[in-house]
Structure formats: structure tokens, C-alpha cells
Design a protein around this ligand. Sequence first.
Ligand code: UDP
Length: 358
Amino acid sequence: MKILLLGAGGFIGANLTERLVKDGKHQITALDIDREKLDDTIKSGGITYIDFDIRGSEEQLEKLTRDHDLIVDLVARANPSLYVSNPVDVFKLNFIENLKIADYCVKHKKRIVQFSTCEVYGITAAKANGQSSADFPQPFIEDETPLIMGPVKNHRWIYACAKQLLERVLHAYGIEQGLNYSIIRPFNFIGPRIDYLPSEQTGNPRVFSHFMNALLYGTPIKLVDGGANYRAYTYIDDAVDCIVRIIENPNGSCDRQIFNIGTPENEVTIKQLAERMIEIFNKRFRQPGDPVPEMIDVSSEEFYGVGYEDCDRRIPNVDKARTLLGWKSEHDLDSVLFLTMKYFVDKHRAKHKEPVAA
Ligand code: UDP
């Protein structure tokens, strides 16, 4: 199969591309505006890489769509701090630009694997009813759970809305024009090549990178609004294993299906995440002289600015991936955290020329 990977240079894309190239079963064309995370894969050969910005390259995008059998769309701005600081840009890329890809898939009758987000579920029904989601664990089910967003003034939801609208357009194209799509909703994947540490150049990354920065450099561990909200973490290799199955689509089982990819067993509050990371760091990586970060509470307004509202709890129901694809993730929370921390520690120690912890 000739596969076109759009947005292949991000965290998920780079790991997926590497796996597809290693498998050697398909012909891969990878596109991105940034190839840094793909460098090793490109050097290993067996891939066509094109430096490509989908904004303003319609003709070439249409030609590439026509020339491939399957389009995998990973193009996104997917970082909560951006939803608050650059909401219009987040909407334009995540909806307007992505819609063009969907349109070309309709026109040239190509199957599309569209990356969406678990954020489309929004807040839990418990929170919307003024209850605590800690008392009402409610797994999100792809084709059943209502999608509940906060008010417009909390503009963080523009990302979730853009992605939700894109999902709805793909569904409508399926009904009206026979588009064959599969939609993926990732639930907090982590692993090697995740966001960089925070800096002036790379901005405000996700929580794991912030906490790693604290452990390596002694900056405070900031618990936004007390770190009471929940996330369930999935190791990127497990996620990629499921994504490859969706791409290969055994017996058409993924045709016009939406899939949660996640690990419900790996659920923690953000405060528990910080505590687990400190414990693993101390046991497996700490060296004499390493700084000891303090843990402090900060308000979400202070951390992100006005317009942020948190997803209180996101438990994936993964019955569909298990039933249709025989998939289940293999890594428990401690191994997910250890392997991802090792990636950061190795990079940090290599930069500072110190021995690498085992
Ligand atoms: N968060 C935190 N401290 C940080 C960064 C994030 O407490 O330094 C919280 C954030 O408010 C959210 C959770 O951690 O509740 C996960 O945020 P992340 O940026 O990883 O992305 P999300 O899972 O919301 O997409």
C-alpha cells in the first residue's frame, strides 16, 4: 500500500513512521514542516520525506493525495497552552486546513485515517451536573458518550470543537459521498520523542515535560489547580501497535469507525503522577548533586492565562479496539513512566556528558 503520512514529524507521527518503515510492508511518503524527530528514520532509508507545509500548497497536496492509496492525517496544533494563547490559529490549522485533506480524499476516493483527540469528549457528565468525577468514574465510549464542552468564554475548547467538527464532517462525507474514514482519539500517549522541555524556543509543553524539567533542573513542580484532575497514560509503542492495525484495516473492520486508543488501567490524578515520577526518579535515576524540586499549587489562570478550563477526567473505553482488532496495551503505568523518563534522562546526561543512569 502507498501511504501518505501528513504531519509525520510530530511525536506520534515520528514513532508511527519509524514503525511502518521498520515493518517494510508499505511504501511510505512522510510530510512535515520539521524533520528533527524523523532524522534517524530518514537516514535509515526506505522512506520518501518531503518538507511540506499544507498551508498554501493545495495543488501539491491534491496531487499527493491522488498518488497514494491511504492518507494518514496527523497535522495538528495539539498543546493546551496554544489553545489558550493562539485560539484562531488552532482553529484554522485543525479545521480549515484539515478539511482540505478530507475534500481531496472525497474527490479522489481515498481512505483517510484521521487523528482526532480524546478532548472531543470535553468534560464528564458528572462535572456538567455539578458532581465530582472522582465519585463517578465514567468511561468514554466512542459511539455513545455525549460530547460536552464548556462555555465559549473558555476558549480552550476551540481545539476540541475544531476536532469534533472535523469528525462530524468526515461522518457526513461518509453518508453523502461514501468517504471511507477511520478516526483515532488518542488518550495521553507518552514516550520517546514527546515534547521538548520548556524553553523560550519551544514554549509551554505538556505536563510530563514540565515535571521532567523540574526533576532535572530543580524548577518547581507546579500542580495546576491542585493536580486533582485525572489522565490515563499510554505508552507510544502500544498506541502505534493499535494505529498500525487500524491502518491495515483487517477485513474492512475499521471502515467508518471511531477508535479510542488508551489504557484505562493507567489512570492517575496529576498529583499522583508527580508523586510517581519523583519516586521513580529517586529510585532509578537520581545522582548525587541532582536538585530536589519543590511541589507547589498554581491556579490555571496563572499557569495558562484566562480562557482555560480543564478536562476533569478521561477514561477511555477500549472495547472496540479489543473486539475488532484484538488490541490491548501492554505497558503498566510504572513502565510507561520509567521508559519515558529514561529518554529524557539519557538526553540530559548526554548533553551534560555525565554517565547515564540504568
Ligand atoms: N498540568 C499541571 N502542571 C503542569 C502542566 C500541566 O498540573 O506543569 C496539568 C494540566 O492542568 C492538566 C494536566 O496536567 O490538568 C494535563 O495537562 P497536559 O498539558 O499534559 O495536557 P492534556 O492532558 O490536558 O491534553
